[in-house]
Design a protein around this ligand. Structure first.
Ligand SMILES: *[C@@H]1O[C@H](CO)[C@@H](O)[C@H](O)[C@H]1NC(C)=O
Ligand SMILES: *[C@@H]1O[C@H](CO)[C@@H](O)[C@H](O)[C@H]1NC(C)=O
Ligand SMILES: *[C@@H]1O[C@H](CO)[C@@H](O)[C@H](O)[C@H]1NC(C)=O
Ligand SMILES: *[C@@H]1O[C@H](CO)[C@@H](O)[C@H](O)[C@H]1NC(C)=O
Ligand SMILES: *[C@@H]1O[C@H](CO)[C@@H](O)[C@H](O)[C@H]1NC(C)=O
Ligand SMILES: *[C@@H]1O[C@H](CO)[C@@H](O)[C@H](O)[C@H]1NC(C)=O
Ligand SMILES: *[C@@H]1O[C@H](CO)[C@@H](O)[C@H](O)[C@H]1NC(C)=O
Ligand SMILES: *[C@@H]1O[C@H](CO)[C@@H](O)[C@H](O)[C@H]1NC(C)=O
Ligand SMILES: *[C@@H]1O[C@H](CO)[C@@H](O)[C@H](O)[C@H]1NC(C)=O
Ligand SMILES: *[C@@H]1O[C@H](CO)[C@@H](O)[C@H](O)[C@H]1NC(C)=O
Length: 687
């Protein structure tokens, strides 16, 4: 991380250095005029230049202020300045008359510039030309002479004496005038060369050829290079004197001017920039290093981006985990853990599913996956990764009380392993609302099979008896055989699920109670479903295992009659099925309210026995109701009775049963252990 940042900084400085390969102006000063950069010691305006290096910028063209000479380029490292200069010419007419001419001069004496003797040459172009440069101040005169009367021998690309001649200039030149003369007034060459030209120019600027004779007439500006230097002293003198030394940067060195007095400065090897400004020389960002750094920098950048996105991902993940943990706690995960661990022989097979797992299983809770919707939540069909089909209940939890219920169901169910109780596979507490995962019971609810219009009478009496026996068996198991007694508290036909073989499975333990946990919580709100609710509960507010027996009695009546537990279609006093059933039974009208199919398939004795059992279960006083275990056994017996028609022969005893006012207590047929079930005889019922 740190080295990546360092690398990035380095890269930035390198890039900056590369961008500023052109040296700096002083802070706050104009660094450019037109497309010409103006580095210090040059400058535009007060305080921006060293004395003598004043530049005027007019219409984006820089001029040497004192010379009215326009500047093309300023070079610090070589101490050069390229300016545009005049050319001198002298043209003749065909008859040898002098047509037009100029005799220009330039004087930069007193400025810190000299015409560069190393870069410039004085040139003369023409075929009858004498041109010379004349410094009036020093008396210096130098020039050359060229003569030709045809173009045949004029060479291409070199100024070698035929048609063009050149001569070096002395050091220290600051002032000159150009004079042009001819020997024959161009009379011998007028046809191809009417003019002579003379100028000082960068060596190499002119690519001389025959066409130059004509082309040069259109050229107005000739580039000339000036050397410049600071002051008129040597490096040693300047650096030791009290006056300001121009080489400001510590990474700079001083050079004596090679063209007259004065000195200039260079950045040290390995540095580039402006030695005339403090910290103007920057580390070398040249050739090899820059691309290397660039690649390194690019790698660093990529690395940094990866690192950042990774960190971002980690943080996001952490937030998600925190959120999950929050939900876990909010959803009672801690309570669950506590309850589970406080239970004897704990370690229930409750599997914790992850959020993602269940999202995937339900296709992100697709609507098409909804199996059912109820007060407690929505149930989805889910397919786990191992292709196991499950039912996933998404609780509709809004308050703590409901969370308790939820946890309760998890705790209760995780302690039950019974073939007629829906199996809880696990739960997920990481989501905002807790999720429960059950075995998938494919065939809908018992209520659906009894009451739905299209299903009416679809169950045989045999199936009904079996289902009743199964429910009773499961409840008996819950009440007495499970490791901790459990009261379901919401037994109803819509909480009984049927699988492919119409095997009953009790579900929805949301309001169930583990008895040991329940001692103080019993007298709370009214729970359960209207129509199934133990009437005694209204008086005592005590929910006991006998309350489940009452609710079961209602289911039994439903199975017999096909009627709904509460139906507004019945008259007011018969609205409640339990009461309706009992009053009909009292009036001897039992067979009027039994479902036709039931009547057709069952013997009167059997039906009377079942009805009697139901009545017994529906006793107003809890104490009078049989225990669930007794009910279960009695139903088992009745099933056998139904399956073995020989019993039908015993008509008389059937009569007795029908007329009997008292419900059998069935107590006598209960052995000390469950194995007594198999010795139960139909006669026992009628004892
Ligand atoms: C500067 O600009 C002028 C035109 O404005 C152009 O002719 C010239 O080539 C430019 N010089 C450089 C060094 O770009
Ligand atoms: C700027 O240049 C124009 C011609 O290009 C000239 O007329 C004018 O006087 C100049 N201004 C200055 C301040 O030198
Ligand atoms: C050139 O300029 C200097 C200083 O401005 C002056 O002394 C000198 O006489 C000038 N020379 C010519 C030939 O004008
Ligand atoms: C060219 O010059 C040479 C010698 O300078 C001379 O002999 C010759 O006659 C000239 N030719 C013409 C056509 O003027
Ligand atoms: C050239 O022209 C000048 C005046 O223009 C004249 O005095 C001179 O005699 C001429 N020379 C020749 C060789 O024609
Ligand atoms: C000079 O011009 C000739 C042709 O006109 C061309 O072949 C040559 O490359 C030029 N040389 C330079 C240095 O521009
Ligand atoms: C001179 O002008 C000719 C056309 O007249 C052109 O082809 C050639 O490139 C020019 N040469 C230079 C150096 O400008
Ligand atoms: C020079 O300029 C003249 C007119 O000013 C033009 O006719 C000629 O073609 C130009 N020649 C070149 C080489 O540009
Ligand atoms: C500058 O010139 C002086 C005198 O010629 C000489 O003593 C000195 O060594 C030179 N310094 C440098 C850095 O060339
Ligand atoms: C600095 O740059 C120059 C060319 O710009 C190069 O020749 C030299 O080797 C470089 N020095 C270092 C230390 O990189």
């Amino acid at each position: 991380m740190v080295w990546a940042a360092a690398l990035l900084l380095r890269l930035a400085s390198v890039l900056a250095a590369a961008a500023a390969a052109t040296p700096d102006a002083l802070p706050g000063c104009q660094a450019k005029c037109g497309n010409v950069t103006i580095p210090y010691p040059f400058g535009i305006g007060e305080g921006c230049f060293m004395e003598g290096f004043d530049i005027t910028c007019n219409n984006s063209v820089p001029y040497l202020s004192d010379g009215n000479i326009d500047v093309v380029e300023i070079q610090l490292s070589e101490g050069l300045l390229v300016v545009n200069q005049f050319k001198a010419f002298d043209c003749y007419s065909e008859d040898g008359k002098d047509n037009s001419y100029n005799k220009p001069s330039i004087n930069i004496t007193g400025l810190p510039y000299k015409f560069s003797d190393s870069r410039n040459k004085f040139m003369a172009v023409g075929c009858d030309t004498v041109a010379y440069l004349w410094d009036d101040d020093s008396g210096l005169q130098t020039g050359c002479f060229t003569l030709c009367n045809n173009t045949r021998n004029i060479p291409l690309g070199t100024c070698s004496g035929i048609g063009c001649c050149q001569t070096p200039i002395p050091k220290g030149l600051t002032n000159f005038e150009v004079v042009i003369d001819s020997t024959m007034n161009h009379t011998n060459c007028w046809g191809f060369n009417p003019c002579s030209y003379g100028f000082l120019a960068d060596e190499g600027w002119l690519n001389f050829s025959v066409s130059s004779f004509s082309n040069l007439s259109n050229v107005t500006n000739v580039p000339v290079t000036l050397d410049w230097a600071i002051g008129d002293r040597t490096c040693e003198e300047a650096s030791t004197s009290s006056t300001a030394f121009a080489c400001k940067d510590k990474h700079s060195r001083c050079l004596n001017s090679t063209n007259g007095p004065g000195y200039r400065c260079n950045c040290l090897e390995g540095f580039e920039g402006n030695p005339y400004i403090e910290d103007g020389c920057r580390g070398n960002a040249s050739s090899l290093e820059a691309p290397l750094l660039l690649t390194r920098g690019a790698f660093g950048l990529v690395f940094l981006i990866i690192l950042c996105s990774w960190l971002y991902w980690i943080i996001k993940k952490k937030r998600l985990i925190e959120l999950k943990q929050k939900f876990f706690e909010k959803n009672g995960g801690l309570l669950l853990r506590q309850q589970v661990s406080s239970l004897e022989g704990g370690a229930p097979a409750t599997r914790m599913f992850t959020m993602e797992e269940l999202e995937m299983a339900t296709g992100n809770y697709k609507e098409s996956r909804i199996l059912g919707q109820g007060g407690a939540g929505t149930v989805y069909k889910g397919i786990l990764r191992d292709q196991a089909v499950v039912a996933i209940k998404k609780s509709k939890i809004t308050n703590d009380d409901e969370i308790e219920q939820f946890i309760n169901e998890v705790v209760v169910l995780s302690h039950i392993n019974h073939r007629n109780v829906v199996k809880l596979l696990g739960c997920c507490l990481e989501t905002r609302v807790p999720l429960l995962v059950y075995e998938f019971v494919p065939n809908g609810t018992l209520s659906h099979h009894i009451h739905d219009e299209d299903r009416k009478a679809s169950l045989s009496l045999e199936a009904r008896l079996r289902i009743a026996a199964e429910i009773a068996g499961a409840l008996a198991y819950l009440h007495s055989a499970a490791s901790i007694p459990i009261i379901h508290r919401d037994v109803k036909s819509s909480n009984v699920l049927l699988d492919d073989n119409y095997t009953a499975k009790i579900s929805d333990f949301g309001v169930s109670r583990l008895v040991p946990f329940d001692l103080k919580g019993l007298t709370s709100l009214v729970r359960g479903t209207f129509g199934y609710l133990d009437p005694e509960y209204f008086h005592t507010a005590q929910f006991t295992d006998k309350s489940d027996v009452y609710s079961f009695g209602v289911i039994l009546v439903e199975l017999l009659t096909g009627e709904k537990p509460v139906a507004s279609t019945r008259s007011a006093e018969c609205r409640n099925l339990a009461m309706h059933f009992q009053s009909c039974l009292k009036d001897g009208r039992l067979f009027q309210i039994l479902e036709d199919r039931v009547v057709n398939e069952g013997s009167p004795e059997l039906l009377a026995a079942v009805a009697k059992l139901a009545k017994h279960c529906l006793s107003l006083m809890g104490e009078e109701r049989p225990a669930m275990k007794e009910v279960a056994m009695e139903l088992e017996g009745l099933r056998r009775f139904h399956q073995h028609p020989w019993i039908k022969e015993n008509e008389e005893e059937g009569e007795i049963l029908l007329k009997g006012a008292e419900c059998p207590t069935a107590r006598g047929m209960l052995g000390e252990d469950d194995s007594s079930v198999h010795v139960m005889q139909p006669f026992d019922i009628m004892r």
